[in-house]
Write a protein that binds this ligand. Sequence first.
Ligand SMILES: NC(=O)c1ccc[n+]([C@@H]2O[C@H](COP(=O)([O-])OP(=O)(O)OC[C@H]3O[C@@H](n4cnc5c(N)ncnc54)[C@H](O)[C@@H]3O)[C@@H](O)[C@H]2O)c1
Ligand SMILES: CC(C)[C@H](C(=O)O)[C@@H](O)C(=O)O
Ligand SMILES: [Mg+2]
Length: 369
Amino acid sequence: MKKTIALLPGDGIGKEVVDVTVEVLKAVAEHFQHQFNFNYGLIGGDAIDQKGNPLPEETLEICRNSDAIILGAVGGPKWDNNPVELRPERGLLALRKALDLFANLRPIKTFDSLLDSSPLKKEYVNGVDFIIVRELTGGLYFGKPSERIVHEGQEAVVDTLLYKRSEIERILVSAFEMAQNRRKHVTSVDKANVLESSRVWREVAEEVSKRYPDVELEHMLVDNAAMQLIRSPKQFDVIVTENMFGDILSDEASMITGSLGMLSSASLSSDGLHLYEPVHGSAPDIAGKNIANPIATVLSAAMMLRQSFGLEEEAKAIEKAVDNVLNSGLRTADLTEAGKAVSTKRIGEEIISALADDREIIKIMNTYS
Ligand SMILES: NC(=O)c1ccc[n+]([C@@H]2O[C@H](COP(=O)([O-])OP(=O)(O)OC[C@H]3O[C@@H](n4cnc5c(N)ncnc54)[C@H](O)[C@@H]3O)[C@@H](O)[C@H]2O)c1
Ligand SMILES: CC(C)[C@H](C(=O)O)[C@@H](O)C(=O)O
Ligand SMILES: [Mg+2]
């Protein structure tokens, strides 16, 4: 299979984790006889420095001319005091909007070998397998006005939480569709005791649920959901929620798996051009040290192979290679005690060698079958 992949490494550890992921994808291409072409684009702080724009038009073109997009992360202290239009994060938000990447899927699944890495009790995290479906192109992130104003004669500020009913409906449909192929349970998270937007969200959730009689719908207030994620994470199958709540709950949920460095994601659009990125950011505190965990991005690439290219066997091969590496006891610093950790690059090399081992076994088995 021949595919073109846009690579937007971005800033900080974004570059390090994308570098590893590209090597893994090259190994997959070699073992499974595919041709992956990689087109690099600038986004975030780097793009501001080189092009004066966090999302240059060339980058959008590269994305539009590709079959899928892999992004690292954007942001860093260097640009923190920039005016809002020159913030790296604006580049990511503009990209999500421009490509209509409205459905952000963030799977939370524990690895058996990492049960001890979670701060939660082993018996609570063992077997956790749920997905957060986060609305990604609406809500507080995009509502206008969003500005400093004078209100009642005083300095004030306003951000707007705006959703079209159709935007709420399409994300809920995505969640119910997903639940139908899983354990048939949707938890719709909102703040309907306070926010009008959440009251409408609940109404739409009820309407959509009528089309999926085999799926159970539960409403949960976001503050309770934050607590339930820690108290009993196994109760969840599909969590669907608006943009900001989803952002916060997914970082929280990452600790069930042991680290934010484990959490992959897919941002899906209606026209089939999807973006894959780790849930974490550019981690300025560890950037440039070759110690970041690349697994979130590598697993995002597996999501890409499955979702965008239909390459199920290849996606599974990556997931199995990651599992094998973790089973062998190798861990980056976020998952183990100081002194025992291995580097970003080493984890990448081990994943590639686990992939190769697995292919050899399959080949040997095929010759005997
Ligand atoms: N998708 C994105 O591009 C994205 C996501 C989140 C934050 N950001 C940006 O990143 C910058 C830093 O934000 P932050 O520090 O709040 O969040 P962060 O996710 O970058 O880091 C939070 C903490 O987790 C650790 N961490 C994150 N990823 C890791 C990995 N792969 N391996 C090991 N440790 C990891 C970091 O070292 C840090 O201690 C900000 O500019 C923010 O806007 C970007
Ligand atoms: C960098 C930031 C804009 C982004 C978000 O809030 O969506 C990040 O935190 C994420 O989770 O992808
Ligand atoms: Mg976030």
